[in-house]
Ligand binder design. Structure first.
Ligand SMILES: [Zn+2]
Length: 270
């Protein structure tokens, strides 16, 4: 019984965070204020009342339309809210509450990932605001993970060192790739946004999983890019943003990374 209450709470929390991510996704690329300005209809400009801002429920009651002018709101709002809620529930299910700092860090990382994914797909940018938030929260979480709450004098420096190493490796490897790409291919497959994002991933996941994330990002990126080109969804000259591949690769690494690495290293011993 108790479990259902926790899961329901996390689901509702996820809907609320998803609702906030929608605001981030809509306003950050336009350079608008996130917190100060109240929500309004993009067509008629009418301010949306708080009771019409309930995640999912309001969307269903109003059938995805503006109460005042009938303008249809994108289904993306609903999907982002549901995806966030389901992801947070999934993280709690997978990680439990044995190490709260780890679980909450994962929830923060996934929420950031959802916003970055959608923004990069549409605008080919990864906003610096999200990067700064990621760097600051990443440092806070790696400090929290190192704290031994039973004995505060026993701080585990290894966690902090591992995060720092992840940050340095993530940034330098991707920075090198960007530089080499521009020198040799005159191509801009990746930008500085991807370099910075990889640094954030490094802070959250540490050295080993960061290396795996980069590897997976390139594999997933190649497969999806080929698919997009073959199906002609994207043409040869179209830009395909790399941020979403970093997000997907890092997600796989964060969830199954430890298993993947132990499987990989067990192959070498045969
Ligand atoms: Zn309207």
């Amino acid at each position: 019984m108790e479990n259902y209450i926790i899961y329901t709470f996390i689901f509702l929390l996820g809907l609320a965070i998803g609702s906030f991510l929608n605001v981030v996704i809509y306003r950050l690329p336009k350079g608008e204020e996130i917190v100060i300005k109240p929500s309004h209809c993009m067509k008629c400009g009418e301010r949306i009342k708080p009771y019409d801002l309930l995640p999912v429920i309001s969307y269903i009651i109003l059938r995805g339309k503006c109460r005042y002018c009938g303008e249809k709101f994108s289904i993306q709002y609903l999907l982002v809210e549901l995806l966030t809620a389901i992801s947070l529930v999934g993280i709690y299910f997978a990680f439990g509450w044995t190490s709260p700092a780890d679980t909450i860090a994962m929830m923060v990382l996934v929420s950031m990932f959802i916003a970055i994914f959608v923004i990069d797909v549409y605008h080919y940018i990864i906003p610096n605001e999200i990067i700064v938030f990621g760097l600051v929260s990443g440092v806070i979480f790696s400090i929290l993970k190192g704290v031994n709450f039973n004995n505060l004098s026993l701080f585990n420096w290894d966690v902090l060192k591992d995060s720092g190493l992840g940050l340095v490796v993530g940034i330098s490897v991707f920075f090198l790739i960007v530089i080499l790409g521009e020198w040799f291919m005159k191509a801009e497959a990746m930008g500085m946004g991807d370099v910075k994002l990889m640094g954030v991933v490094g802070l959250f996941l540490g050295f080993k999983l960061t290396v795996l994330s980069m590897f997976l990002a390139f594999i997933i990126g190649s497969i999806i890019s080929i698919f997009l080109l073959v199906t002609k969804i994207k043409g040869r000259r179209d830009q395909i943003p790399f941020g979403p591949f970093i997000v997907l690769g890092s997600m796989v690494a964060a969830i199954w990374g430890t298993q993947i690495l132990s499987w990989y290293f067990s192959l070498g011993r045969i």
